[in-house]
Design a protein around this ligand. Structure first.
Ligand code: 13P
Length: 242
């Protein structure tokens, strides 16, 4: 099971420091039974992540460009992230799609670049409320997977996160049957694209300690992608141990 934190654009430096200090106190042995923790961090926290030397934790970029280096003002180099110790790349988050206009083909370039550099890729897919109400869940998931995974040779480094846009940051967790149905649709499409039936599919959207174990017990849920509840060590640690 993978329990991933997406800090988004949150936490001051002292808060980030305190987070990891408390984290080590919560878990002095740093052993996590059957769970892997991954932190998706803004670039200014990469040196912190690099310096911590925390065991049984991995970290990744929330965003990275599709080229190694160049005249791309404001972008993050995947090569630098890699050299600083990032093992994961989050790609296609709905906030990148909606607020920054990232298209399926751009997301695909990032997926290909990240895999090529040896990252594990967590590709996010999910429908808006309007799309759900119009009965378009399957079409949206199919299209996002198809576009995001174009020319991607099936591999064991690709992970999917189902994040219904309407459940992100709203406190509205998707109903169990909606999660199960969506994960089935994703599984079906992944199989048709030649991916292993073991490809992990995570759920994200208003996950908290109160609902995490229930969601983790659902069919074909291989982990969680957590936003708001990952900003404090205590709730995130509870989710990790749920
Ligand atoms: P919340 O857990 O705050 O709903 O955010 C989910 C998310 O977008 C994680 O990537």
């Amino acid at each position: 099971m993978i329990i991933a934190a997406n800090w988004k654009m949150n936490l001051r430096p002292c808060e980030a420091q305190n987070f990891f200090k408390t984290w080590s106190e919560l878990n002095p042995g740093q052993s996590l039974k059957n769970r892997s923790a991954v932190f998706f961090l803004p670039p200014y926290y990469w040196p912190l992540a690099q310096s911590l030397g925390l065991k049984n934790l991995a970290w990744g970029t929330q965003n990275m460009f599709s080229e190694d280096f160049g005249a791309f003002t404001g972008e993050n180099s995947p090569v630098v992230a890699k050299e600083m110790g990032a093992q994961w790349a989050l790609v296609g988050h709905s906030e990148r799609r909606q607020l920054f206009g990232e298209t399926g083909s751009f997301i695909n370039k990032k997926v290909l670049k990240a895999l090529n550099l040896g990252f594990k890729v967590l590709l996010c897919v999910g429908e808006t409320l309007e799309q759900r109400q119009s009965g378009l869940v399957q079409d949206v998931l199919d299209q996002q997977l198809q576009e995001g995974l174009t020319h991607v040779v099936p591999n064991l480094h690709t992970f999917i996160a189902y994040e219904p846009v309407w459940a992100i940051g709203t406190g509205l967790t998707a109903r169990q049957e909606d999660i199960t149905k969506a994960h089935r649709m994703i599984r079906h499409r992944l199989l048709s694209l030649g991916f292993s039936p073991e490809t992990p599919i995570l759920y994200g959207g208003s996950v908290k300690p109160e609902n995490s174990s229930e969601i983790l017990s659902l069919e074909d849920v291989s982990g969680l992608l957590v936003g708001g509840a990952s900003l404090k060590p205590d709730p995130f640690f509870k989710i990790l141990n749920s």
